[in-house]
Design a protein around this ligand. Structure first.
Ligand SMILES: Nc1nc2c(ncn2[C@@H]2O[C@H](COP(=O)(O)OP(=O)(O)OP(=O)(O)O)[C@@H](O)[C@H]2O)c(=O)[nH]1
Ligand SMILES: [Mg+2]
Length: 373
């Protein structure tokens, strides 16, 4: 009988660093000679994450149009394809950042129906320290909206993993450790930087050595959860961009300015950004760009390159209606058009996530089983 394939889920809120951690984990596994597959997930196709991971010599499957929990069969089809057809030895999956209740809707059904195929790792929930501090800033308020989802994600984690410690001061870390000790005393906490690799090996070793997954289930009120998701607008677009005079465009500079202009409009209109990301590709060269908060720093890939045209993928998740979100992006594109740029729309979707209707939902924790049980 074929041995089981390791299956790792890395959850956590929008912009926590899941895709960055997937890439770093895959690199570690690949260095050990393992074939790695990844599964991305979104409410609509045209994902920056899929393109970002595809350039890393990985087998990538994308589940678009619904979250993993609401399309459990699609998730399993992708996982079985990676296991049996692509012969991956490890699969890492990234659920949508606004999704929670993964233990009840993914971990338990996996243990119930697929334990002979997959050796399920404990559920990792990645935490962005800046967002964590913001959520716990005022505890007198009852958390609703996206904060409710954020707290439920923390509550159900097998492993809490604080990311971005490269930008965390010593005092801040001590304060956050105190918060975990008080609020989440039973969950192991790891401290990592997915971007420079600090702590990643250590977290992964612990995860791979732990045979128990999906150890707790959060009490989730689906009305509040659905309300929180419905507050967000989703915008996924793919454009072909060039200048009318066929000028050679420096795309890193373009990427930075494009993100900055969007940020200024969001700031002006007081719109909360969940995550805004770009992927620019021309020939074999590509660039990424990210902005994980209305007042955050813009991050872009460092290399400059020039060409006459590029493909631009833009994903925005923000607390605004999808129609209004499209208007914001249209406004920026109109400014570029006035300056001679041509934006040809190759793909466009804008929406609000619908009410989560999971395929399965367990209200109790199942034992993790070995291959022959
Ligand atoms: N300073 C720092 N930044 C990081 C680290 N890991 C990720 N980031 C940055 O955080 C931003 C978001 O990273 P992603 O990996 O795209 O986050 P995500 O959780 O996959 O986001 P969604 O898919 O939108 O939910 C990017 O700008 C990353 O470069 C880290 O360890 N340190
Ligand atoms: Mg991602």
């Amino acid at each position: 009988m074929k041995s089981r394939t390791k299956l790792i889920f890395v959850g956590g809120f929008l912009g926590a660093g899941k895709t960055t951690l997937l890439a770093a984990t895959a690199r570690l596994m690949q260095a050990q000679g393992k074939k790695v597959g990844v599964i991305t997930n979104d409410q609509a196709a045209g994902l920056v994450d899929t393109h970002t991971l595809s350039v890393n010599d990985l087998e990538v499957q994308e589940i678009a149009g619904s979250c993993f929990c609401c399309n459990f069969d699609g998730l399993m089809e992708a996982a079985l394809y990676l296991r049996d057809a692509a012969r991956c030895e490890v699969i890492i999956a990234e659920p949508v950042g606004s999704c929670t209740d993964l233990s009840a809707t993914l971990m338990q059904p996996l243990k119930a129906y697929y334990h002979q195929y997959f050796d399920l790792a404990p559920l990792t929930v990645l935490v962005d320290p800046v967002r964590l501090k913001a959520v716990f800033k005022d505890e007198s308020q009852v958390a609703g909206g996206s904060e409710y989802i954020y707290l439920k994600q923390l509550e159900e984690a097998d492993y809490l993993v604080v990311n971005k410690i490269d930008v965390l001061g010593k005092d801040e870390r001590t304060a956050l450790q105190g918060l975990f000790d008080t609020k989440f005393p039973d969950q192991p906490v790891s401290w990592i930087s997915a971007s420079d690799g600090t702590g990643v090996r250590d977290w992964l070793d612990k995860l791979l050595a732990d045979p128990q997954s999906g150890k707790r289930i959060a009490q989730v009120d689906y009305d509040i959860y659905a309300e929180g998701e419905a507050l967000m607008g989703w915008y996924n677009a793919t454009f072909s961009v060039r200048h009318a005079e066929d000028l050679l465009m420096p795309w890193k500079t373009f990427n930075q300015q494009f993100l900055r202009l969007l940020q200024l409009v969001f700031q002006h209109d007081g719109i909360v950004i969940g995550h805004l990301k770009t992927f620019l590709k021309s020939g074999p060269t590509h660039l990424n760009g990210n902005l994980t908060g209305t007042y955050g720093n813009i991050w872009t890939s460092d290399r400059e390159f020039s060409s006459a045209s590029a493909r631009l993928i833009l994903n925005v998740r923000a607390e605004i209606s999808p129609g209004a979100l499209k208007e914001v992006v249209d406004e920026i594109i109109e400014e570029y058009r006035k300056n001679g740029f041509l934006f040809e729309i190759l793909d466009l979707k804008y929406l609000s996530p619908g009410r989560p209707e999971p395929t399965h939902r367990y209200d109790h924790v199942l034992e993790s089983r070995s291959l022959n049980e």
